[in-house]
Design a protein around this ligand. Structure first.
Ligand SMILES: [Zn+2]
Length: 336
């Protein structure tokens, strides 16, 4: 986390893709170390949110770093935009994966056989045998994972029968079904969080995230994209909504409310560059502008050149300055 804070700010530092990789390849494996073993919970149903709270808080901080979002931004939107699942689901999926893989392993089978032999020799009393009937956390976890898998397989078969499956046919491996299992639960969570909301982030297709939105954007552009998409942004209408004192919701152009849509689409104070932007984006539709890669590229570049948010003053000046041979530049992307 410390590392991420030093390498990314909202208007400087690592691009979206690199900051995200830093989180998923370094930070998350560290904070969820060995979660395959501990994240099953007592009955295999995963850990309570209360128990995971410190990890949830940490992941949320990282999500804001990666996207440049403000603190009030709904986490469900950031999880989806970054394609980083809620940590409760992630750790639970890891626990299922671990138990299913180790359940099949010969070592585990050998240990179980040995245990049964020992049990047999000891000839447990009737009472002890009854106590033994209560499953251990590992057994409960394996049972839960098996149940989840059976349900997921059944649904996949139905999808295949109806010709709606995008995946391969035949029996799927552990990773395949775990992926579709946790994505389905995740999607339900995201849709619930966005119900009744109209911000562009909630109007984005479930399948569109991460690279498809932010690839090719510079750090300040990525931050602008997030602020506009979530509408948690330092414009008057939002500032009034969250109770910032001495702010009026109106736009300086006298429109009743200064909203992202007003600024982007119709505010006369920011008409400069709008026609060019529309050409570049290939659309005049506001939602399309903010939910597609081409639209986001055009609109964030345009926004950065407008004198709108103080936050981007430095980034704007840098963007407007002619490129200099000695200007610090991002390294070329790593090979995939
Ligand atoms: Zn205006």
């Amino acid at each position: 986390m410390e590392a991420l804070s030093r390498l990314v700010g909202s208007t400087w530092g690592l691009t979206f893709a690199r900051a995200r990789t830093l989180y998923t390849a370094v930070i998350r494996p560290t904070i969820t170390h060995a979660c395959g073993i501990w994240a099953g919970g007592k009955k295999g149903e995963g850990l309570q949110e209360r128990t995971l709270r410190p990890l949830i808080t940490l992941q949320n901080k990282c999500l804001r770093r990666i996207t440049g979002a403000y603190k009030r931004t709904p986490v469900a939107a950031l999880e989806k935009d970054t394609n980083i699942p809620p940590i409760q689901l992630y750790t639970r999926a890891q626990a299922y994966k671990y138990t299913l893989n180790s359940d099949q392993s010969t070592a585990e089978a050998a240990i179980r056989q040995l245990c049964e032999q020992i049990g047999h020799q000891n000839r447990p009393s009737r009472r002890r045998r009854q106590q033994r009937a209560r499953p251990t956390p590992q057994e409960a976890l394996a049972a839960q994972a098996g149940k989840a898998r059976a349900k997921e397989d059944r649904e996949e078969n139905q999808r295949q029968a109806a010709g709606r499956s995008e995946g391969r046919t035949g029996r799927r491996g552990t990773n395949d079904w775990l992926e579709s299992w946790h994505r389905k639960l995740w999607r339900e969570r995201w849709e619930k969080a966005g119900r009744g909301k109209t911000e562009p982030t909630w109007c984005t297709l479930w399948e569109t995230w991460g690279k498809q939105l932010f690839d090719g954007l510079t750090r300040p552009e990525c931050t602008i994209a997030t602020l506009l998409r979530t509408e948690v942004i330092g414009l008057n209408a939002f500032l009034v909504r969250v109770g910032v004192p001495n702010v009026q919701p109106a736009c300086p152009c006298r429109a009743a409310r200064q909203t992202p849509k007003r600024v982007v689409v119709s505010c006369p104070n920011h008409s400069q560059g709008r026609p060019e932007r529309q050409l570049e984006a290939g659309t005049t539709d506001y939602v399309e502008l903010l939910t597609t890669q081409q639209g986001l590229k055009a609109v964030t570049k345009w926004f950065l050149r407008q004198d709108i948010l103080q936050q981007f003053k430095w980034a704007r000046e840098t963007a407007l300055r002619p490129a200099h041979a000695r200007t610090w530049r991002e390294l070329t992307p790593l090979p995939k």
